[in-house]
Design a protein around this ligand. Structure first.
Ligand code: SF4
Length: 234
């Protein structure tokens, strides 16, 4: 897909709508071409609720890296049951994982940023590209306050790396707003959040954080570099 010319018009419309109404508009404008990637985090659970409660024709998918917490997979199953829907799960390419582990070792991602990025590429980035291929809009749960690196995000933007429109319906939601919404709608969430885990990814690369620490301090904590896995370019 090439970059559409009228994204700023669409952005202006979306800025006047709630997240739920925005999702409905996007689903209507791009029929059968909208996908939502969930990592089962709190933001993503809110979006799943917004999609499922309106029965929107948006494909929900998740990436099973093979290194997720059991709690995350259990939550995926609970979410499917609650919303009576199937979340499409993408897996890494078997031969690529075997080569990666043969080259760097089963936990070789701790040894260098390069190894870690190779692991994230094989287990996340490549499956994501497969999941996005052929679609027009990628819905994500990014919030602007989550990270300094993401503070320049737009509600809707062109993702050059994946050649797709990226829509961030929760862009301006605060953490407190999200928690209130989860409580009010009894949305299932990962029990690890109650143990100090904020941003939950793969088990060997996620730890709980202390009060006052940055939300992403629990991800790849042994690295000084920018803490991104390549899924989002900002
Ligand atoms: Fe590999 Fe860790 Fe990246 Fe998961 S988060 S894909 S285990 S390096």
């Amino acid at each position: 897909m090439s970059q559409p010319q009228n994204l700023s018009d669409l952005e202006a419309k979306l800025n006047d709508l709630s997240a739920g109404a925005g999702l409905a508009l996007i689903a209507e404008l791009f029929p059968e071409k909208v996908v939502f990637s969930t990592s089962l985090g709190q933001e993503d659970q809110v979006i799943t609720q917004l999609i499922a409660s309106q029965n929107l024709p948006i494909q929900i998918f998740s990436l099973d890296t093979g290194r997720l917490f059991p709690e995350t997979l259990e939550l995926l199953s609970r979410t499917e049951s609650k919303y009576k829907t199937r979340i499409k799960v993408y897996y890494p390419d078997t031969a690529s994982v075997e080569k990666l582990v043969g080259d760097i070792g089963i936990n070789g991602f701790y040894e260098s940023v390069e190894n870690r990025k190779s692991c994230c590429f094989v287990r996340k980035v490549e499956p994501l590209k497969r999941a996005l291929a052929g679609n027009a809009v990628w819905v994500t749960g990014l919030r602007a306050e989550q990270s300094a690196n993401r503070s320049e995000m737009r509600r809707i933007e062109w993702d050059e790396a994946n050649q797709i429109i990226k829509y961030n319906p929760l862009l301006d939601w605060t953490f407190e707003q999200m928690i209130t919404y989860i409580e009010e709608h009894r949305i299932p969430y990962n029990p690890l959040h109650d143990q100090g885990f904020i941003s939950i990814g793969c088990a060997p690369c996620t730890r709980a954080i202390l009060p006052g620490e940055d939300a992403r301090a629990g991800r790849w904590w042994w690295e000084d570099s920018k803490k991104e896995c390549g899924l989002h370019s900002k």
